[in-house]
Design a protein around this ligand. Structure first.
Ligand SMILES: [Mg+2]
Length: 127
């Protein structure tokens, strides 16, 4: 099983649960990716890795959504989305590309983009 975890409003709400979940998934041969819309500066990434370590979250990949102008930015093909939704859509794309089965996410905007563009991925609210 491949699981994606959001950080703010998700892992931060119940770190003990996501610690257990992440370790169980990986122990069973699954994959855990952490995808965040935090700004991916080297400093922020260092801080985020420290937090994940302190919460005992095990993961295979930590992904920051690239902002506009970043060469790693994923091009959104959906013209109906506004600039912010296109930014958030990258979260969906990252999950689709990695064959994610389920995602834990608290942001209603992100959830609605998952429902529209990746209906096969199950979305769980952290609370
Ligand atoms: Mg969140």
């Amino acid at each position: 099983m491949r699981v994606a975890l959001d950080i703010d409003g998700t892992i931060t709400e119940k770190p003990e649960f996501f610690s257990l979940l992440s370790r169980a998934v990986r122990r069973e041969g699954g994959m855990v990716i952490v995808v965040t819309s935090r700004l991916g500066t080297p400093e922020a990434e260092k801080e985020t890795r420290k937090e994940l370590l302190a919460w005992k979250i095990e993961f295979d990949e930590l992904i920051f959504l690239p902002p506009a102008g970043d060469p790693r930015r994923l091009t959104c093909p959906h013209e109906g989305l506004d600039w912010y939704e296109k930014y958030l859509w990258q979260k969906v794309k990252v999950c689709l590309d990695r064959g994610v089965d389920l995602v834990f996410e608290d942001d209603p905007k992100v959830i609605s983009i998952f429902e529209k563009y990746a209906p096969a991925i199950r979305v769980f609210l952290p609370c």
